[in-house]
Design a protein around this ligand. Structure first.
Ligand SMILES: [Zn+2]
Length: 117
């Protein structure tokens, strides 16, 4: 995964500072409002990268069916709850082509192998 260039990082920091100032302007002294506005924005940015929880749940169901309830790596039966979607390349997002459904153990192992642990 390439890192941000110094120039892009400076631009990103400028956006972040601008955003923080705007949030502070909206919230004023109201800490609850600050929390809510910040949380709202964080979630929307996360959805931009990862899709919404509903989209991911739907993808999980599709993967569960196509993998017949088995972990894509160890081929063991996946748990009813806690099976994890793994992206081959994070930048490609949560799509049918770019994901596999794994048991927690295998997901931790591949993340480690990719150097994300
Ligand atoms: Zn597994």
């Amino acid at each position: 995964m390439p890192t941000l260039s110094a120039e892009d990082r400076a631009k990103a920091i400028a956006i972040l500072e601008e955003l923080r100032a705007k949030i502070a302007e909206i919230a004023g002294e109201d800490r609850e409002r600050l929390f809510q506005v910040r949380r709202y924005i964080v979630k929307r940015l996360e959805f931009d990268e990862r899709g919404t929880p509903t989209q991911r749940r739907k993808l999980k169901d599709q993967k569960w069916k196509s993998q017949r309830g088995l972990c894509a790596l160890c081929q063991e039966k996946l748990p009813e709850r806690g099976a994890e979607l793994d992206r081959f390349r994070a930048i490609e997002g949560y799509t049918i082509e770019n994901t596999q459904l794994l048991c927690r153990h295998c997901h931790e192992k591949v993340a480690e192998d990719r150097g994300f642990a």
